[in-house]
Design a protein around this ligand. Sequence first.
Ligand SMILES: [Zn+2]
Ligand SMILES: [Zn+2]
Length: 108
Amino acid sequence: MSGRVNLMEKFPINPGETAAEHTGRLLREARTAGTFRQCSIGWHEECSDAYGEECMCSCHALGITLTRDQLESWAGRELTDEEVEHLDTHIGESSIPEAVGEIVRGWD
Ligand SMILES: [Zn+2]
Ligand SMILES: [Zn+2]
């Protein structure tokens, strides 16, 4: 498997190239790089692969996947598949990213 890449950084727009041509070029490169469409054109927040399990964009380099055990231990009880899926979509909007930022800042 190839390493993670940021296509927008690796292949910036060329002088004289239109935005549409640039997008087309990025999407051709994406097939080789293994990045999803949204990430390839710089819409990282919109990537349909939020955890980068398949998308090879460097924005997913964190590579942390929460296990169900971890989620259930935080929740304090067993969770249904539906609840886990629901959490999956909402964790990014929760205070968890903020909490991680705070922890890391505490190391400096
Ligand atoms: Zn992505
Ligand atoms: Zn990305």
